[in-house]
Every structure is written in C-alpha cells, then in structure tokens.
Design a binder for this molecule. Sequence first.
Ligand code: ADP
Ligand code: MG
Length: 228
Amino acid sequence: MNIHEYQGKSLLRAYNVDIQEGFVAETPDQAVMVAGQLREKFGSEFFVVKAQIHAGGRGKGGGVKLARSIEEAGGITSKMLGMQLVTPQTGAAGKRVNKVLIARDVYYKGDSEIREFYVSILLNRNKGRYTVMYSPDGGMSIEEVAEKTPDRIFTEEIDPAVGLQPFQCRNIAFNLGLSGTAFKNMIRFLNGIYDTFTGCDAQLLEINPVLRTSDDRILAVDCKFVLD
Ligand code: ADP
Ligand code: MG
C-alpha cells in the first residue's frame, strides 16, 4: 500500500522525526488559511505547494512550486488542484491532483551550507536483510547519480538480531560529510526513521531529500512509504 507524502510525514512526526512541516489543502481558500498558520507558527516567509499524488518526480513535472507570499500559495493551489500531473513516474496520462500540501520553506539562508541527501530503508532480497541505502548527492537527480556515479551510493546492512547500531549511524553521518550539531541531529534522525520503519512494518521508506538546513537541522522534506 502506498500512502501520500503528508500521511507519511505524520507517521514520521509521531516517531519524533523532524520534518518539513505543512498542512493539507483541498481548496485555494484553505491553502491561504494554512499558509497564514505556517507564517504564524514558524515565521515562514515563503511556502512550497506540493501536489499529493501517488508518484514521485513531482518536482520535475511541475508538482512542487515555491510561493513567495500567502496569496501566491492560494494562486498556485488553484492552478494545481484538478490538474493531471505528468511526472517521469506517472505515465503519459498523469495523475489527478485532489490535494496539495502547503509546506514551510526550509531552504532559508544561514551560516551552514544547505545540503540534500538521499536516505532509504528497504529489504535487500538477496540477503533477506533490511538495508539503509544513502547518498550525499540526494535530490531530484538521484536516478542519474545511481546510473553515472554508483560509488556515491552507500549501504549499511542491518543485522535483525540487534537492529540499527550506533556505529552504523555514525558511519552514515560521517559518509554524508557531517560534523558537529548536524552530525548529532543526523544520528537522531536515523534512529527515528528506523523506529518508524519497524514500528509501521514498512517495506520501504525513502526520504529524498533529507535536508541539512542552514542552521544544522536534519529534516525529511519528502517521504515515500510502502506499507504492508
Ligand atoms: P518529488 O520527489 O516528487 O520531486 P520532493 O518533495 O522531493 O518531490 O520535492 C522536489 C524538490 O523540490 C526537492 O528535491 C527540493 O529541491 C525542492 N523543494 C522542496 N521543498 C522546497 C522548499 N521549501 N524550497 C525550495 N525547494 C524545495
Ligand atoms: Mg522527493
């Protein structure tokens, strides 16, 4: 079973994983209202309007758009709702957008370099073991990374008897090039997504991008779950 991004994010939040916060809207008026709430709660200057469909590649297909004001969040929503969104993963007919997620902008400028990582947990069928697959080169071109620079994709295999180990989390954070606060936050993030994955009996949990914000937070900006 596939669930939407906003549903996956609420599962992550229930396990104390930091996410790019947002609210669902089914009308432009709702979009304006929740954008106002995001501004009040988080001081968000900008917002991201994200089509909720059961397919990835939305960014490439025009299903993820930045709104520079509350009004623009409403305007983008009115264009996005009802459209047949075509992405590299939908096929030519596309998928109808019935809901959007209005999320806070988390790419704000600050002291640290903003970085996008790829992290997933999945079953390695050859070995019958869960595996963390990750890359320092996350974002919209991850398929290209896998094809052209497969050495930039790392794995950490999980021993079912002991689960995800602290040394493995440190290894992952190190290979992602992190240090200091971001390193510590990544370790907490990895434990949180592993708890979510096992707690929900998931078959796949893919977070792309995992964001290192300019103030060293580690957040799930997107998520894809496959549940039993
Ligand atoms: P998909 O994987 O379906 O394309 P994502 O949620 O991963 O959808 O979003 C696609 C891209 O949009 C991300 O890789 C990121 O670069 C960009 N993006 C998402 N949120 C923001 C934001 N708040 N500000 C700027 N860019 C964003
Ligand atoms: Mg994504």
